[in-house]
Design a protein around this ligand. Structure first.
Ligand SMILES: [Zn+2]
Length: 377
């Protein structure tokens, strides 16, 4: 697609959308941003980081007239706008994510819009649990750990075939999807809707399954935003980071500028068209180690708090298998975790006073039954 230069970025004021916008503008593209400035993320209104070279449209992607207008004269859509978090607003997830995407596709077909490509933001939340190696059975795809097991304080991922303890392995795109959260389910909806509808109406598509994304502009107001943002605000306030389970669960982290570059690479090539594609570092990091790295970067020795709480449905381990994106478009992450954390902390410090929104949120989550406590941590 050498001549596609006009992009619509939905959710373009947000963490990933705004970095995608910046990257495209650096590449010479013309960009229109559509964002509703959801107050949970954008507490202070339109952020100053929205690229002033982009056309900014404030509006809701679930509004048919708004999305119809926003897609006029566009070659490529980067569909980053979504609603998410741990709060049980399940109707809103489905409405914004699933319905919003379906309606967007319907309008493209209805108006015969000359859209050439859609890159849709999916998530590793489409997986139930990371792939694992069983000593007997080799590579297996375990499902979510039963709540009864977690109540006993047994955090291990057992082999689905023989029950043995497993060790984590990179999860390839071929792993079963379904998700164990409503958010994950809506991400499955989004990617399947885009990939299959694209085939039906002849538009190129790619669904990017992001790993845990962090970096400058990640909301420090939204307590459901991600483990790195939460740990940073806790430690900056002199409070210990709270680790669920035993803190040894692993996650794959991506610096937001790398994720933005992956969006550009798959849009600029047809190598991965029609496919779901993991974008991650390919490395699983225990969340305890993340907490320690942030403490060290801040020069504070605050021991994490491990209280045996857990969130039913949460994965134990998830490392992205990254062969497809590497072999397809040559994507290799450029910012390692230590460098990325440093850059995020620099940005947080530039934002002035940082309050701890996590503590209040944690109480709400307990009261709503999202967080449980093990009998024997
Ligand atoms: Zn086994």
């Amino acid at each position: 697609m050498p001549h596609a230069k006009r992009a619509l970025v939905t959710g373009g004021a947000g963490l990933i959308g705004s970095h995608v916008t910046d990257h495209l503008i650096r590449e010479g593209w013309t960009v229109r941003v559509l964002d509703n400035l959801e107050p949970q993320t954008h507490r202070l209104g339109k952020p100053a980081w929205v690229n002033e070279k982009a056309e900014f449209v404030q509006g809701d992607l679930t509004d048919r007239a708004t999305i119809r207008q926003a897609m006029q004269g566009i070659d490529v859509i980067f569909h980053q706008g979504a609603y998410g978090g741990y709060m049980p607003e399940i109707a809103k997830y489905v409405y914004v994510n699933s319905f919003g995407t379906a309606q967007m596709l319907e309008v493209i077909r209805e108006d015969n819009l000359p859209i050439k490509k859609i890159v849709v933001a999916s998530s590793q939340a489409v997986y139930s649990e990371g792939a694992a190696i069983c000593p007997q059975d080799g590579l297996v795809f375990p499902s979510v750990r039963p709540v009864e097991q977690l109540r006993r304080g047994d955090w291990t991922v057992h082999c689905p075939l023989c029950g043995a303890d497993t060790v984590p392995a990179p999860t390839p795109e071929e792993a079963p999807v379904g998700g164990e959260t409503v958010y994950g389910l809506t991400k499955v909806d989004q990617e399947k809707l885009v990939l299959l509808w694209g085939k039906q109406i002849g538009i190129s598509t790619v669904a990017l399954r992001y790993s845990c994304t962090y970096g400058p502009r990640q909301s420090i107001f939204n307590p459901y935003t991600g483990v790195i943002a939460i740990f940073c605000t806790r430690i900056l306030n002199g409070l210990p980071p709270v680790l669920f389970e035993d803190g040894e669960q692993t996650r794959d982290f991506s610096f937001v500028e790398d994720i933005a570059r992956a969006n550009f690479l798959v849009a600029d090539s047809d190598a991965l068209d029609g496919l779901p594609v993991n974008v991650g570092s390919g490395r699983g990091v225990p969340v305890r180690e993340v907490a320690e790295q942030i403490s060290a970067a801040l020069g504070k020795s605050i021991a994490p708090e491990v209280n045996g709480e857990f969130r039913p449905g949460e994965m134990r381990h998830l490392t992205s298998g990254t062969a497809r994106v590497r072999d397809g478009v040559g994507y290799v992450p450029q910012t390692d975790l230590a460098t990325g954390i440093g850059r995020y902390l620099d940005w947080i410090r530039s934002q002035g006073d940082v309050k701890d929104y996590f503590s209040a949120a944690a109480d709400i989550l307990r009261n709503k039954g999202i967080v449980h406590k093990a009998a024997k941590p």
